[in-house]
Design a protein around this ligand. Structure first.
Ligand code: 13P
Ligand code: SF4
Length: 319
């Protein structure tokens, strides 16, 4: 529609005028992902978003995703201005792990190495020894387990469970979950596999154990996209946010992708598995991102200084 193309023209001009670049997640809408790509920004998983924002010379980062991604960008590059289409875009994992309760939990277990998922507030990261994303969670846990370290893991219990099963690490778990991935159902997946026995199953590790166990590949969003491109299968069943279908289809246009079944929904419900907070990123609020006063990320400098340590460690570990 004409209106949308006007918004796109305006966003492109503003990005240039403000020396800004878009850093977007695969779960945002195809329109935002396409615009990020067209304007020299990035579309990626949460680890690569952090790295891109850190390395890119732009003075302003426009982070299209959820709040923890904006905070991570700000902590890693305090000198840059970090804007988001809306600061209301949060995450159930972040909400479910308040910093004061988490800090008390850590205090009660001083013998454990504190490993937190990137999907947390700056204050929770400030309490951590390590920050991980799904793409390096296994490697960090393996590294710590090899050194005989015991782990306190927060907040995603499904990711933590997966890591514990794969590495045998001694993990004490916080009780958090992603409301999107938690909805994938093993029974529905088994039924769908009967219809498409030759399809490969790709699963994000925020999904429940019974779903993860049925996977041909488990990994972060980037690892899922790479698996779909590299595996010989022509059809895939995908257990992660449906925003990823844009990139899956772009990377492997001749292959077919089917969303994994979610609770009470039909097997082919493409709009079910979608994060309501990721969906808050729209062309409309992106077009006004430079004009409002309510959408810049600020992190308390004392918290930022402490959170920067495990975040830098994350980037170095995965380099
Ligand atoms: P990754 O992109 O790192 O796999 O994380 C998924 C996620 O839940 C982001 O919200
Ligand atoms: Fe959080 Fe899940 Fe949404 Fe990712 S998809 S931002 S983990 S609620």
């Amino acid at each position: 529609p004409a209106e949308e193309s006007d918004l796109v023209v305006r966003i492109k001009a503003d990005l240039e005028r403000h020396n800004a670049v878009i850093v977007a997640h695969y779960y945002t809408s195809p329109k935002i992902q396409a615009l990020a790509e067209e304007t020299g920004g990035c579309v990626s998983d949460s680890l690569e978003m952090a790295r891109f924002g850190h390395d890119h010379p732009a003075r302003t980062l426009v982070v299209c995703g959820v709040r923890f991604m904006g905070e991570t960008a700000k902590i890693l590059t305090p000198g840059k201005r970090v804007l988001m289409p809306t600061l209301e875009a949060t995450c159930s994992l972040d909400i479910g792990c308040p910093a004061d309760e988490f800090s008390a939990f850590c205090d009660a277990h001083p013998d454990r190495e504190v490993v937190v998922y990137a999907n947390t507030s700056a204050a929770v990261k400030a309490r951590a020894d390590w920050v991980v994303t799904s793409s390096i969670a296994l490697k960090v846990a393996e590294y710590l387990a090899d050194q005989g370290r015991k782990i306190l893991w927060a907040p995603d219990k499904h990711l933590g469970d997966y890591v514990r099963r794969e590495t045998g690490a001694d993990i004490l778990m916080w009780d958090g979950a992603c409301i999107v991935h938690e909805e994938f159902k093993a029974r529905g997946l088994a039924d769908l596999k009967k219809v498409y026995p030759e399809a490969a199953v790709l699963v994000h590790p925020e999904s429940p154990a019974a779903v993860v166990e049925m996977a041909d590949r488990v990994g972060s969003t980037t690892q899922i996209i790479n698996a779909a491109r590299d595996m010989p299968n022509e059809r895939f069943i995908v257990a992660t946010d449906q925003g990823i279908f844009y990139k899956l289809q772009q990377q492997a246009p001749d292959k077919e992708f089917i969303i994994a079944p979610t609770a009470g929904k039909g097997a082919t419900c493409r709009s079910c598995a979608h994060c309501p907070w990721m969906a808050m990123n729209e062309l409309g609020n992106l077009a006004t991102v430079f004009d409002r006063a309510d959408n810049e990320i600020h992190v308390d400098p004392a918290i930022s200084e402490r959170a920067m340590v495990p975040l830098r460690r994350m980037l170095e570990f995965s380099a």
